[in-house]
Ligand binder design. Structure first.
Ligand SMILES: [Zn+2]
Length: 252
């Protein structure tokens, strides 16, 4: 039975850890020290690192961890020249195995061109890096609006009871923006209250449930006629309306 724990690092990043017995795999270790501290405190051995994309706050701890634990590093083949220490290069539709659980690699360009997500079907778990955040999505540093909308649309088609493990604790800020464009959405208001209470008692807002994201995350609702109408953009295509929401958020 795999357990998943989240290790907070930096100001608002998480390193998610898959744990089975005394073995551990981590996703996007941007810093080594807090991960080593966690592994030591819990008597765990690091066997595997999964990487979603090349940004330093996701890979900064990889070399040190690999040196200390001799673990295997799995990451996007697209980024092979931008990430040192990759042992296993993966791309769209590849399957990897972590402690007997199979994960499918989904290529989700937008935030970066090589960004990948890891979907563990049997444990209903998605590690989506900086593609999808709870109530938000990543900045488009490298990809187009069309690419990111297509990537998010693919994530939307996963089973609704999938747990979404993104890398950042941005949920409250994302909710402020979501409410600014959808102020009368009762479910959104209720969800914002719930997250505020969680954060007030130092609980993580991650993981979220894909069903909640599909219902309330404005970036997953770029195909919503009612949201388009509310913002006076009924003539835009879904991808262009996604771009419109992204621009509004960039300037929020
Ligand atoms: Zn990033």
């Amino acid at each position: 039975m795999i357990e998943i724990k989240s290790i907070p690092i930096f100001k608002d990043n998480y390193v998610h850890a898959l744990i089975q017995g005394n073995d551990c795999a981590v996703v996007d270790p941007g810093d080594a020290a807090p991960v080593i501290k966690y592994l030591t405190a819990n008597n765990l051995n690091l066997t595997t690192i999964l990487i979603t994309h090349h940004h330093n706050d996701h890979i900064g701890g990889v070399e040190k961890l690999k040196e200390k634990y001799g673990c295997k590093v799995i990451g996007p083949s697209y980024d092979k020249d931008r990430i040192n220490s990759l042992d296993v290069l993966v791309s769209e539709a590849d399957n990897i195995n972590v402690f007997g659980q199979q994960a499918t690699v989904m290529h989700t360009p937008g935030h970066t061109l090589g960004h990948i997500c890891y979907y563990f079907k049997n444990i209903k778990t998605l590690f989506c890096g900086d593609t999808l955040f709870s109530m938000g999505c990543g900045y488009l540093f490298e990809g187009s609006h069309q690419q990111m909308w297509e990537s998010l649309s693919r994530l939307k088609r996963l089973p609704a009871d999938t747990k979404v493990y993104c890398t950042h604790e941005y949920t409250l800020n994302n909710l402020k923006f979501a409410l600014s464009i959808d102020a009368n959405n009762k479910s959104l208001i209720e969800f914002a209250d719930l997250i505020q209470k969680k954060r007030d008692s130092n609980e993580f807002s991650v993981p979220s449930l894909l069903a909640t994201e599909i219902e309330l995350n404005p970036f997953l609702r770029a195909n919503s006629k009612s949201l388009k109408n509310q913002l006076g953009q009924q003539n835009l295509s879904d991808a262009d309306f996604f771009g419109h929401i992204r621009e509004l958020k960039n300037n929020f």
